[in-house]
Design a protein around this ligand. Structure first.
Ligand code: NI
Length: 174
């Protein structure tokens, strides 16, 4: 396993649209292991998407179970070819990102979603989720479509916030 390099703004590769996974083989699973090790490196991020390490396939990992917001969640999820099939409600909330290390921002997201995906062996998955976990998944799914949270803030003047120190145990990153 290996910790991979994270692409950061203004790297244009972060705007690239990722391709669906078609081969569920050992190479895919080895890459997912590296992506997970990268997510856990340093202060663990709640989520990571394959394009953040320059690998343009539709793969994301989300785990909000260790955050300080004690809400119901599905724990550790590896989502291959994820799609949102249902949205409900909306809410503003603060987000950060491994690829945007110097800022956090207020972004509007659906409060309740249903998703469909595949696991690393190609088996179908379905989840229904809400709140912080739903926000984290929407954030990661944006990455595989070449979107960052800073593309979604309503106003860069009032809804972007500079981080003072990027410290261990600080704000959760995705
Ligand atoms: Ni992110």
């Amino acid at each position: 396993m290996a910790v991979l390099e994270i692409l950061k703004i203004p790297d244009d590769r972060l705007k690239q649209i990722s391709q669906p996974v078609e081969q569920f083989d050992d190479a895919l699973r080895a890459f997912i292991d590296d992506l997970e090790e990268t997510r856990r490196d340093g202060p663990a991020a709640v989520g990571i998407a394959a394009p953040q390490v320059g690998h343009f396939q539709r793969i994301v990992i989300v785990d909000v179970s260790n955050t300080r917001k004690p809400v119901p969640n599905h724990g550790h999820m590896i989502l291959v070819n994820p799609e949102i099939t249902h949205w409900e409600g909306f809410e503003m909330g603060r987000e950060g990102c491994l690829s945007v290390p110097d800022y956090t921002g207020n972004v509007i997201r659906a409060t309740h979603i249903k998703i469909r995906a595949q696991d690393p062996w190609g088996n179908p998955l379905e989840y229904e989720m809400e709140g912080y976990e739903a926000r984290a998944v929407q954030h990661e799914l944006d990455h595989i479509d070449g979107m960052l949270f800073i593309d979604r803030v309503v106003s860069r003047r009032t809804d972007l916030f500079q981080r003072k120190v990027y410290q261990k145990g600080g704000k959760a990153k995705k």
